[in-house]
Ligand binder design. Structure first.
Ligand SMILES: Nc1ncnc2c1ncn2[C@@H]1O[C@H](COP(=O)(O)OP(=O)(O)OP(=O)(O)O)[C@@H](O)[C@H]1O
Length: 309
């Protein structure tokens, strides 16, 4: 767990928050505090409760139980005061207006707006400023949503799967801008399915599963929590005797492809030691930590297994 010794009011405070749709418990007793300057990735498999969490945070949905506070007040008041910028998954763009008109409107509604030209430039949409919003490609529409989310000086920026549809260059420029925003003391919270993005950008990662917080820490801490390491090597003689390899200690997964063996082990040192003990001579041996994606899969699969027991 991240233990940040901050005494000021959190930017976001969830206290035992619950939200149910019929029989589905979308958010289940969530307690959480986000602080100024943090870039936080919200991860979770489909249906984990990410969008519901963001909707609760933005006052678009009301919790059944518990309290949600944003900058010491209600989500609605924080938004009316222009302290929150949001970029949601879809919708939110009017038809029949140009990009510039829409951005101008967003700036005019913000209590602390940036100049329109600056907002357009930051989002990389100056060249398409005169284009009708309903004629944009998916990636261009995402950039416009980004412009709307950063039309003014907000303390908290909330992004739901922000880079979906963006090309690599746009994506990199987008995250560079978000880093600048965090460096200036703003809190950036984003939900994503791109784990490599969370690994590269976030300084804190939250893993949701069935509406509950399964892990909260840096990407490195989440990887360590998964507790497994990857071992890969080649064996000189095919076919490989898989049954023999399955007897290796601390084996979490085994994948044999041609002469290449890939293993996840909860004690890589012991597994490699036992490998030599079998009289095998692995070539091109590599031992590495899990990537965030594999750590995420391991953590959520373990939880899934527990809940089906
Ligand atoms: N309006 C709704 N009515 C009924 N059930 C809903 C509603 N919105 C969400 N749910 C359910 O609540 C759970 C959480 O959904 P939510 O959209 O918050 O998850 P998510 O983590 O954002 O998923 P995804 O990654 O697929 O976008 C899911 O089981 C979903 O089916």
């Amino acid at each position: 767990m991240t233990t940040t010794a901050v005494t000021t009011t959190p930017v976001v405070g969830f206290e035992r928050v619950g939200k149910t749709y019929g029989s589905v418990r979308a958010v289940d007793g969530l307690t959480l505090a986000l602080h100024p300057g943090e870039t936080v990735a919200l991860l979770g498999p489909n249906g984990a409760g990410k969008s519901t969490t963001l909707d609760l945070l933005l006052g678009l949905k009301q919790p059944d139980t518990g309290t949600v506070r944003v900058l010491g007040t209600s989500p609605r008041e924080a938004i009316v005061a222009g302290r929150v910028g949001a970029m949601l998954q879809s919708g939110g763009l009017m038809d029949e207006v140009t990009v510039a008109e829409l951005v101008r409107l967003a700036c005019s509604l913000h209590p602390r707006p940036y100049p329109v030209s600056e907002v357009l430039a930051r989002a990389g949409v100056t060249r398409i400023a005169d284009r009708k919003v309903d004629k944009l490609s998916g990636g261009q529409a995402q950039r416009v949503r980004f412009a709307l989310a950063t039309a003014g000086d907000s303390d908290l920026i909330v992004l739901d799967e922000p880079t979906t549809g963006m090309d690599v260059t746009t994506r990199q420029a987008f995250w560079a801008t978000m880093r600048e925003q965090a460096d200036q003391g703003r809190t950036v919270l984003f939900a994503t399915h791109y784990l490599e993005e969370a690994d590269a950008v976030a300084d804190r990662v939250l893993v949701l599963h069935r509406g509950r917080l399964l892990a909260d820490g840096t990407a490195a801490e989440i990887k360590a929590k998964a507790g497994a390491r990857r071992i890969s090597f080649d064996l000189p003689d095919a076919p490989i005797d898989e049954a023999r390899l399955r007897g290796l200690p601390f084996l979490a997964t085994l994948d044999v492809s041609g002469r290449t063996v890939r293993i996840q082990s909860t004690d890589a040192d012991a597994t490699v030691h036992a490998l030599y003990g079998l009289g095998l001579y692995p070539r091109n041996l590599e031992v590495a930590g899990l990537g965030l994606e594999q750590a995420f899969m391991t953590i959520t699969a373990a939880e899934e297994a527990k809940s089906t027991c």
